[in-house]
Design a protein around this ligand. Structure first.
Ligand SMILES: Cc1cc2nc3c(=O)[nH]c(=O)nc-3n(C[C@H](O)[C@H](O)[C@H](O)COP(=O)(O)OP(=O)(O)OC[C@H]3O[C@@H](n4cnc5c(N)ncnc54)[C@H](O)[C@@H]3O)c2cc1C
Length: 397
């Protein structure tokens, strides 16, 4: 049953736009813009930044109330990194003016965001990154000149903004000399080149930064506090990937269950065992994630997000594998080479299978996340690292 206070907010929102028929005439951007202005975007945000200072757990209730009122659902993939990981980071680490400037168009999807973290020499060992930022005043404005290369940068070819990790102080140990900025991706000096993936799509890029520039007003957090900022983004990223709130039998497992139900030839003991096993694993993960979300304190997930991400990768890859087995003809059919910002995972089982391989890599590999859990949750001895106290510039590479 809908919470009466939330229902009242939603009804007032719909009435303010002239009633549900008028709302249905609006574009997605217009509806989302109105939601932002009414505090019905990220409800736990402060007023004026898309929220009403509500509880994190109100979000699902608001979404449900909007659907019940007949408001069209937005595309969840309109700006996945912006809405899933970067905005929560900026909320925690940026001044209010920067948030006011950027949040609304990120929410509506008018401005796409990317995450410029990984480099050819810094993936799992992200703190070893080398993209250099040096102070440089341009046209009387204090800022930073940036040179370096990033890789695997999802959506960089469409992005207006990027969250950029730089090495500002090479003389400090690797975790201590990092500074984070919001960079304008449309400037000269930023070159995003799409990389073709095994799926045929090209959702990520290599990005070359060649004398690019960012004003100091777009710095996120303090100078040299970038690792702290980065950890916030990574926690949110793992929760966004692993802790998704799809309903029962949503997505890939729904397709799998439907195909199995509709095809009696598949009802052999061996295939039934595989399908039911995959279904149970996905369902257990879904219920566990629901519990994690209820425990999450005001949008700041902890290491439970890493656990959720490890489990998600495993169950999703298994579901894709079983789908490929029950649907071998489909699996051999390749999709076209388009890559739109949309829910593409159900396009065909070959795409689905190939894309699922990335689940245990993107957002931190399963090996690295298991090590983190061993180290920080189970308190097992930490991996020895020679580089922890060595100035970054002296680390052999
Ligand atoms: C679909 C997709 C989208 C992505 N999008 C983005 C993006 O938008 N922005 C961005 O910055 N990055 C992005 N990435 C990059 C991703 O974060 C990295 O690929 C990932 O962190 C691993 O880094 P790497 O590829 O350099 O592998 P490496 O770090 O070279 O690791 C190679 C292998 O060695 C293992 N390994 C490495 N170190 C250890 C260790 N200490 N202990 C045990 N095993 C270890 C790893 O688990 C892995 O299996 C994306 C990746 C994918 C697949």
């Amino acid at each position: 049953m809908t919470d009466p206070i939330i229902a009242e907010r939603v009804n007032a929102f719909v009435a303010g736009l002239g009633g549900i028929d008028a709302v249905r005439e609006l574009s997605q951007v217009e509806i989302l813009g109105a939601r932002y202005d009414a505090g019905l975007a990220w409800v736990h945000h402060p007023e004026g930044l898309g929220g009403y200072d509500g509880d994190q757990t109100d979000q699902a209730l608001v979404e449900a109330a909007l659907i019940e009122a007949g408001v069209p659902e937005p595309d969840p993939f309109r700006n996945p990194l912006g809405t899933g990981t970067i905005i929560p980071t900026l909320l925690q680490h940026s001044p209010r003016e920067l948030c006011e400037q950027l949040f609304k168009r990120a929410w509506t999807g008018e401005e796409i965001w990317c995450q410029l973290f990984s480099e050819p020499g810094a993936g799992s060992d992200l703190a070893g990154l080398g993209c250099r930022a040096v102070p440089e005043t341009r046209n009387g404005v204090e800022g930073w000149r940036v040179n370096g290369q990033k890789v695997w940068t999802s959506y960089a070819h469409r992005a207006k903004w990027g969250l950029l990790l730089t090495r500002s102080h090479p003389e400090l140990p690797k975790n201590q000399g990092i500074t984070v900025f919001v960079i304008d991706m449309e400037q000269d000096g930023v070159d995003a080149r799409p990389l073709r993936q095994a799926t045929g799509g090209a959702e990520f890029n290599e990005v070359f930064l060649n004398d690019a520039w960012v004003p100091d007003s777009q710095r996120v957090g303090e100078v040299c506090d970038g690792w702290n900022v980065t950890r916030t983004t990574l926690m949110h990223e793992r929760m966004a990937i692993g802790g998704r709130s799809d309903g029962r039998e949503a997505g890939r497992i729904g397709v799998l269950a439907k195909r199995w139900r509709e095809n009696p030839d598949l009802h052999t003991p061996a295939m039934t065992d595989r399908v039911v096993g995959a279904w149970i694993d996905v369902e257990v993960a879904r219920i566990a994630n629901e519990r994690i979300r209820q425990l999450a304190k005001r949008g700041q997930p902890g290491l439970e997000g890493s656990g959720a991400k490890v489990v998600f990768a495993d169950v999703n890859q298994n579901a894709a594998r079983v789908l490929a087995r029950i649907d071998p003809t489909q699996t051999l059919l390749f999709d076209d080479w388009q890559d739109e910002l949309q829910s593409s995972e159900l396009r065909c089982s070959s795409f689905s299978y190939l894309r699922s391989r990335a689940n245990s890599i993107e957002g931190g590999t399963t090996e690295i996340l298991l090590s983190q859990i061993a180290d920080r949750v189970l308190k097992l001895p930490r991996e020895y690292s020679i580089a922890r106290d060595t100035p970054w510039k002296d680390i052999p590479r």
